[in-house]
Design a binder for this molecule. Structure first.
Ligand SMILES: *[C@@H]1O[C@H](CO)[C@@H](O)[C@H](O)[C@H]1NC(C)=O
Ligand SMILES: *[C@@H]1O[C@H](CO)[C@@H](O)[C@H](O)[C@H]1NC(C)=O
Ligand SMILES: *[C@@H]1O[C@H](CO)[C@@H](O)[C@H](O)[C@H]1NC(C)=O
Length: 217
């Protein structure tokens, strides 16, 4: 989730996706015990990029009075975002994706439209699904997790960011939802740092929106 595409500012011959070549370090993250850091200078590792080069993390954590599967599915049901999400108000999907969350796949490219970051202007960003729990995964491992990363169009040279959504099964019909995005060093990082407060604010709004939506389903 970033404000500006800077690809037109940069020409990087042979730039390819960093993500494709990076081994997912997701197994190093203990999602089940993950909490938002209390120290605002602390960062959380992401499945694609790990911890190296992390500049800051925005994070929201709350309890949803519904099971983890319902909440997990709602976050991947991008077609329904206009119904509940007041931050990401619209998601454009590939032509062959007609049903969400059913048709969502790792590598799927999306175009997010977001409100509330810069005055009344809508901002857009390209995001790519990087991690899904396979269909039918029960929450027997204690949690379900999905993630997408920002695509700056120049292989991560301008900026990298990734947004994991973690749903921890509390075993009593409630779910601990931890939604975070970690931003990494890059040419465009300075712009993003200036927006950190707005991002955190909209992050909290989005998590509360999800809670309300899922609890009413
Ligand atoms: C849509 O296209 C992508 C990329 O070619 C493919 O991986 C995916 O399975 C397709 N999805 C559907 C529902 O056809
Ligand atoms: C922002 O995007 C939404 C959804 O596409 C649209 O309804 C709204 O009019 C847009 N707002 C502005 C200021 O362009
Ligand atoms: C489930 O457990 C959590 C943490 O112990 C608690 O905060 C929550 O209210 C419980 N939910 C229900 C539905 O009892």
């Amino acid at each position: 989730m970033l404000l500006f595409r800077i690809s037109h500012l940069l020409t990087i011959p042979g730039a390819t996706s960093l993500v494709a070549s990076a081994a997912l370090p997701s197994r190093h993250i203990n999602y089940g015990s993950l909490h938002c850091p209390e120290d605002s200078s602390a960062t959380l590792a992401t499945p694609t990029y790990g911890r190296e080069g992390a500049v800051f993390t925005v994070c929201s954590e709350l309890l949803i009075d519904a099971g983890p599967r319902a909440a997990y599915d709602a976050v991947l049901d991008f077609r329904s975002y206009p119904r509940w999400n007041s931050f990401v108000v619209d998601v454009a999907l590939p032509a062959n994706v007609s049903s969400t969350p059913e048709d969502v796949y790792v590598g799927m490219v999306m175009r997010f439209t977001s409100e509330g970051l810069v005055g009344s202007v809508n901002t857009t960003s390209t995001e790519v699904i990087s991690l899904l729990d396979s269909p039918g995964t029960s929450s027997s491992s204690g949690y379900l997790v999905s993630a997408w990363h920002y695509d700056d169009g120049v292989g991560g040279f301008g900026s990298r960011a990734e947004h994991p959504n973690v749903f921890v099964d509390l075993g009593n019909g409630s779910t601990r939802y931890v939604s975070y995005e970690t931003y990494y060093t890059g040419l465009a990082t300075g712009i993003t740092v200036l927006l950190r407060e707005r991002l955190q604010n909209q992050w909290d709004v989005q998590a509360r929106d999800l809670k309300e939506y899922v609890e009413d389903l």
